[in-house]
Design a protein around this ligand. Structure first.
Ligand code: ASP
Length: 451
């Protein structure tokens, strides 16, 4: 095999991302993105848009069956059912803790930089908030009225609830349910293969998604909001490289350097899709096959984290609150900021990890502390890019907590974690079908037909 062919998928995906940024910038800076031009009509909003959307759809297509089957396997293969409660409790506590630290540091950083002070408020700022569900409704909605409906809508918490309950019931039925359990295991393995297939086209899709996002980005807007963008990105990087890595080291003793090396792929997927939910298949694959986290932990912590854990989003809310409070000359005071922290943490529980949801949460926080919701209009223009970056931080948090919980439960294969090459996906391998297996399957199918 030639060297070029052996290039790992991660490297190809990173290349796709770099090329996407370059092409996007060229299109943006040369004005080729003007409405009505060929590039704008057929490339940016044509080719890039279609390829990108098809890929995001493909990822979303995997999420529900993957979570469903892997959770059944996770529960039935757990060995000790009490572990479920511990995994749930620990991951919930860690997710909430990291989110609270994230927003508290973000507020501290933003306040110390005094961002937004003395700003001329744009008169055309406009944003009308949407409602984020109240906590009572979030709790009620954990129990699905109709699991098929929840699956059709991709509502993660009720799907998690139903799958766990199903797994527990299978264990209770015991021997008679064995073939059902085995079926779920096979289905899980099949879904994981499907993840590989979809991931093998990722380099092109990531290129298309990023080139499109960057080409329509307002570069001048970035400049006028440089203070907000700079502080926000700084706070996000601080959380990713310092806070989360300290939490990882302190709670699990695992190597942060190895973590950061292996998580890159997941971050690029999150960055290009701006959706923790759509990234679930990649997070799940990376955490289990590259980090060595046992499926019994990952099948729960990953989809749970994608839904309730949003460190990056919380950081955006902290920075945006300070920015807009200063811009409007509103004094929030310590109690105001404490309310912001509490509201953001609570809001993260009830809102799914999908693009742009952070802004909805922000409007809820603003209403609560009496900041003008239309102020969000000020930051709207740069929010897509900020969403991409904060989603990468969100999924890194999910993987951090999954690793800590797995390690503490003795459900992590440390030799896999420490092996830099473990679970690396090669594009050719991803699509490999063993000829002998193919022939065997054909014979088996023919055998059934001839009966
Ligand atoms: N896009 C983010 C996520 O999926 C949520 C947000 O900040 O809007 O995690």
């Amino acid at each position: 095999m030639s060297e070029a062919k052996k290039m790992s998928l991660t490297v190809k995906v990173l290349l796709g991302m770099a090329l996407g940024i370059i092409v996007g910038l060229v299109i943006n800076l040369t004005g080729m993105n003007a409405p009505g031009t060929f590039i704008n009509e057929y490339i940016v909003n044509g080719l890039f848009h279609v390829v990108g959307k098809m890929f995001v759809n493909a990822l979303k297509m995997l999420v529900v069956p993957l979570v469903f089957f892997s959770l059944i396997c996770g529960v039935t293969g757990i060995g000790d059912i009490r572990m479920l409660g511990r995994v749930g409790g620990k991951s919930f506590a860690l997710y909430m803790m990291t989110t609270a630290i994230a927003i508290a540091t973000a507020i501290l950083i933003a306040v110390s930089f005094g961002i937004g002070e003395g700003m001329d408020i744009a008169t055309n700022a406009a944003f009308t908030g949407k409602e984020s569900p109240p906590l009572s409704q979030v709790l009620i909605d954990i129990i699905p009225k109709n699991p098929i409906n929840s699956m059709a809508n991709g509502d993660m918490l009720p799907i998690i609830f139903f799958s766990i309950l199903l797994g527990i019931s299978m264990l209770m039925v015991g021997k008679k349910a064995k073939s059902f359990v085995e079926g779920a295991e096979i289905a899980n393995e099949i879904m994981m293969k499907m993840v590989n297939i979809i991931m093998s086209v990722a380099p092109y899709a990531v290129f298309a998604l990023i080139a499109k996002a960057i080409s329509i980005l307002g570069i001048d807007l970035l400049q006028s909001l440089a203070g907000y963008v700079g502080v926000l990105v700084g706070a996000l990087m601080f959380h990713l490289f310092i806070t989360l890595m300290i939490v990882l080291k302190v709670f699990s003793g695992l190597s942060p350097a190895m973590f950061l090396k292996k998580i890159r792929n997941v971050q690029v997927f999150a960055f290009s899709t701006a959706s923790s939910n759509a990234t679930i298949p990649v997070t799940m694959r990376t955490v289990t096959e590259r980090f060595g986290v046992n499926n019994s932990v990952a099948s729960f912590t990953v989809p749970f984290g994608a839904t309730i854990n949003m460190d990056g989003t919380a950081i955006m809310q902290g920075v945006a609150t300070v920015f807009i409070a200063n811009a409007y000359g509103v004094e929030l005071g310590v109690s105001g900021y404490l309310t912001v922290i509490l509201m953001s943490v609570l809001a993260s529980i009830g809102t799914a990890g999908v693009p742009g949801v952070g802004l909805i949460m922000l409007s809820m926080v603003f209403t609560q502390v009496g900041l003008p919701v239309e102020g969000i209009g000020l930051i709207l223009g740069v929010d897509r890019l900020m969403d991409m970056i904060r989603t990468a931080v969100n999924v890194s948090g999910d993987a951090t907590v999954s690793s800590i919980v797995a390690k503490s439960e003795g459900k992590m294969d440390i030799s896999v974690y420490n092996d830099p090459d473990a679970g690396i996906l090669d594009t050719d391998e991803a699509l490999d079908i063993d000829e002998a297996v193919e022939a065997e399957m054909k014979a088996a199918v023919e055998g059934t037909h001839n009966k």
